[in-house]
Ligand binder design. Structure first.
Ligand code: IMP
Length: 180
């Protein structure tokens, strides 16, 4: 039923599973014996983070922050609001932020700076998707699943107006959906 609103598929479910496997393996190697704190930025992180965690064969801690920078439309408004804070001390911790997508980079920049200010030992970004053409702040995610063009995408955590997060792949919406 959701398929009919999608113009084209950009990243298939099989590709996402493979990305989670490869990234999980690499993170497990890089963070062995570091007991990293893996922070998901809600709500978009949920499906990818779920798969990524099960591919990490090391001890780790999980935390969440609810952060908002879009307000129902297809353009980032740029002012990042923390709707729910982490609630875990980060002093001296190695932190991996998991994201669905990095676009302008503003969300990650704000959160990264905040965690470093709070005393984190290291903060890196592991994202399913990177949209480098959208960048307005200087930020290169350390772990990138795949790079996509500057298009508005939905699925696998990414929403339009809170919908389509449950699509099992990443796709481009038909323009008539957001021109309605
Ligand atoms: P940034 O601060 O512009 O990097 O945006 C990060 C957040 O904006 C992501 O976590 C997403 O929630 C949202 N976002 C950015 N691009 C898209 C998109 O193409 N579709 C849906 N949400 C997006």
């Amino acid at each position: 039923m959701l398929d009919k609103d999608i113009e084209k598929v950009l990243v298939t479910q099989e590709e996402i599973f493979q990305i989670a496997k490869d990234m999980g393996k690499k993170l497990s190697k890089d963070y062995k014996d570091k007991f990293p704190l893996v922070i998901g930025l809600l709500k978009g992180c949920v499906p990818f983070m779920g798969y990524l965690l099960t591919e990490m064969d090391i001890h780790l801690e999980v935390g969440f922050m609810d952060v908002s920078s879009y307000h129902g439309g297809i353009e980032s408004v740029g002012d990042v609001q923390i709707l729910k804070d982490l609630g875990i001390p980060v002093h001296d911790r190695h932190i991996i932020i998991t994201e669905d997508i990095v676009d302008t980079g503003k969300t990650i920049k704000v959160i990264k700076d905040l965690l470093l200010y709070r005393g984190a030992k290291s903060v890196i970004v592991a994202t399913l998707l990177d949209k480098p053409e959208g960048r307005v702040v200087q930020l290169v995610p350390e772990y990138i699943g795949t790079t996509i063009p500057k298009e508005f995408v939905v699925g696998f955590g990414l929403d339009y107006d809170e919908k389509y997060r449950n699509l099992p792949y990443v796709g481009v919406l038909k323009p008539e959906i957001y021109n309605k």
